[in-house]
Ligand binder design. Structure first.
Ligand code: MFK
Length: 564
């Protein structure tokens, strides 16, 4: 009797040419001559991420970094040994312009779409080298906006270099023992030493610690050693890890973190013992200034989430067309197909949410004055929305894809379990779901982002031409009404009330935006839209808005539910 052995599912050897949505999206959002110019590079890169880059990523995952604190003679050396694959990825990132493209701005406002499309192909093959790239991109943007002329030469040029020997990745050391969310309680001190600043303190989570530089926060002491408490006392510093002779800049690696996932990425605890640092931006404006950086990394976070979902779905689709059970392939089982199509629709929504945020970033940086003005408040609210929603959604998709492989999906050597471990970080680093939901409120309260958000969506819905899609648009307009009413009512109930429902509210905004963007995309006459029309209609027919119309007793009730 012939034994049953399953066929191994495979991924296409070109992640660009196989990605119809990505190609259609870029075709419709980028002028023809620009797309014509960048397409060959994307096509080539789509293949490369399944070739040598994938092997680098596999090597990096197989050989996680190791910390060697002392040499044989007892000298403190704090060597971090990383895999060959990880080292090579730094060089490839520079050569491929994965940060540079965003700053060369060769294609004006479309440069960010090009850059992020490339990173979207890269991230799932990179064993999270996407993390240092995200931080490098954020640091570049920060220095471009706030750095002195001297810093633009001594650091910025490295961050955006295409020359692997000149390229620097940057770290972002925000987290201390007092908290990753409550950054305002950070304890690190900055003391003046002649013209320089010296930092003293412990940084608790420092990702990509082998990067040559990092951006970090510290509290400046006055002559009497006193400091201003809270986030208003924090200033931003650039720190180089090593001096010109290659020695550490008065810092010690306490240990590498033993993390659930992203194990290829060297994340350390550090002690700063008088590390020389350069002040960036105004004294006491550290949190506000570093927000420029983390608003970029949050967009990269959404990128990693959406790109991972795509890669995993590609796997699940191939498996569904090969694996037989109950006498037919999985794709011929109605319930399996229903599950996969729901995941695909969710994925498409997240794809649009992410890439729309990227378009806004591009317009905000390189658009004409009017475009910049319009994009600014939208970018401010779409950034936390895209980050918080896609991270959670990726976890759901990852879990479903693993389940769709049955028992094999639960095996370590199927290669699937790592995605669940790695994906969990996307909902934590760069701000948890709750912190980001509160940031959505912050953007509404401080920067009045809600009216432009609603107006932008309404205009997109009102512009629909296809009668079926118009009907869907009408339904969403009704939901926008309820969002508006809810916001004005709850804002007047006070902060506590608004905060308690911030997550439901943010999810509702994200889902309404996803549906509107999908409808608009499906309505375009310039590409074959049947697949997108069906998906958009299905998305629009879902319950998009889910709000807590709580009464004033809600807080007491929550206490009873949780603690009594
Ligand atoms: C694959 C992708 C990977 C990405 C790489 C990840 C590697 C991991 C690296 C890490 O470092 S992970 C840790 C990241 N940490 C965070 O994301 C911090 C999470 N916590 C928050 O975001 C808190 O909300 C926050 C620290 C901002 C709260 O600080 P405060 O000081 O209590 O809040 P406050 O007073 O509201 O804000 C201070 C100022 O910043 C205000 O401006 P003003 O002083 O002018 O009033 C705010 O408006 C401004 N601000 C806060 N968030 C902002 C912002 N401005 C613009 N955009 C924002 N998002």
């Amino acid at each position: 009797m012939k034994e049953f052995i399953q066929e191994v599912p495979v991924l296409s050897n070109n992640q660009f040419t196989v990605d119809r949505l990505l190609q259609d999206y870029l075709t419709t959002q980028i002028p023809g001559e620009v797309y014509h110019a960048i397409k060959p590079d994307l096509e080539r890169f789509g293949q490369r991420v399944m070739g040598d880059i994938l092997r680098m990523g596999e090597d990096a995952d197989a050989y996680p970094p190791v910390h060697i604190p002392f040499d044989a003679f007892g000298h403190r050396i704090d060597e971090i040994r990383v895999s060959k694959g990880w080292e090579e990825m730094a060089r490839v990132s520079a050569e491929e312009g994965l940060v540079a493209i965003g700053y060369e701005r060769k294609y004006g406002p479309y440069s960010r779409l090009y850059q992020m499309a490339k990173n979207y192909l890269f991230a799932p093959s990179s064993a999270y080298y996407s993390c240092p790239l995200a931080m490098t991109d954020g640091a570049a943007k920060l220095i471009e906006n706030f750095g002195s002329e001297e810093l633009k030469i001594s650091a910025f040029t490295h961050l955006i270099s295409r020359n692997p020997d000149h390229f620097w990745a940057s770290g972002q050391w925000m987290t201390e023992r007092t908290g990753g969310s409550d950054v305002g309680t950070s304890e690190t001190r900055a003391r003046k030493d002649g013209d320089a600043w010296r930092l003293y303190g412990v940084k608790w989570f420092t990702s990509a610690v082998t990067s040559p530089m990092a951006m970090t926060l510290a509290r400046i002491e006055n002559d009497k050693g006193e400091v201003v408490q809270g986030s208003k006392g924090l200033s931003l510093f650039l720190i180089k890890l090593r001096d010109d002779s290659g020695k550490y800049n008065n810092l010690e690696i306490i240990r590498l973190k033993d993390k659930l996932g992203t194990r290829a990425l060297p994340t350390a605890e550090l002690r700063l013992e008088g590390s020389r640092a350069l002040l960036v931006g105004e004294i006491g404006r550290g949190v506000k200034t570093i927000a420029t950086l983390f608003n970029v990394t949050r967009i990269h976070n959404a990128l990693s989430a959406v790109a991972s979902s795509r890669r995993l779905l590609n796997w699940a689709l191939d498996y569904a067309s090969k694996r037989e059970a109950f006498g037919k392939t999985l794709k011929d089982h109605p319930l399996h197909m229903q599950t996969l199509s729901e995941l695909e629709i969710e994925f498409q929504g997240a794809f649009h949410l992410f890439f729309y945020t990227v378009r806004l970033l591009g317009l905000n940086e390189a658009g004409i004055a009017e475009e910049r003005k319009q994009a600014a408040p939208l970018l401010r609210i779409y950034t936390p929305l895209a980050k918080l929603y896609t991270a959670k959604q990726n976890l759901k998709i990852t879990s479903e894809v693993i389940e769709s492989f049955g028992g094999v999906g639960y095996l370590e050597n199927s290669g699937l379990s790592k995605w669940l471990r790695d994906g969990q970080t996307l909902a934590i680093w760069e701000g948890t779901t709750n912190v980001l939901s509160l940031d959505v409120l912050r953007s509404m309260q401080k920067e009045n982002t809600f009216p432009p958000f609603l107006k932008d969506i309404s205009l997109r819905l009102l512009g629909l031409k296809n009668p079926e899609l118009q009907l869907c648009g009408k339904k969403i307009m009704g939901e926008i009404d309820s969002l508006q009413k809810f916001a004005s009512q709850t804002m007047s109930e006070g902060d506590d009330f608004m905060q308690a429902q911030a997550r439901h509210f943010s999810y509702s905004l994200a889902r309404v935006a996803m549906a509107a963007l999908m409808l608009e995309f499906a309505d375009r006459p310039d590409h074959d839209t049947e697949k997108y029309r069906i998906s958009a209609k299905r998305m629009a027919s879902k319950k998009l808005v889910s709000l807590l119309w709580a009464d004033p007793l809600w807080r007491e009730e929550n206490n009873k539910i949780v603690f009594s």
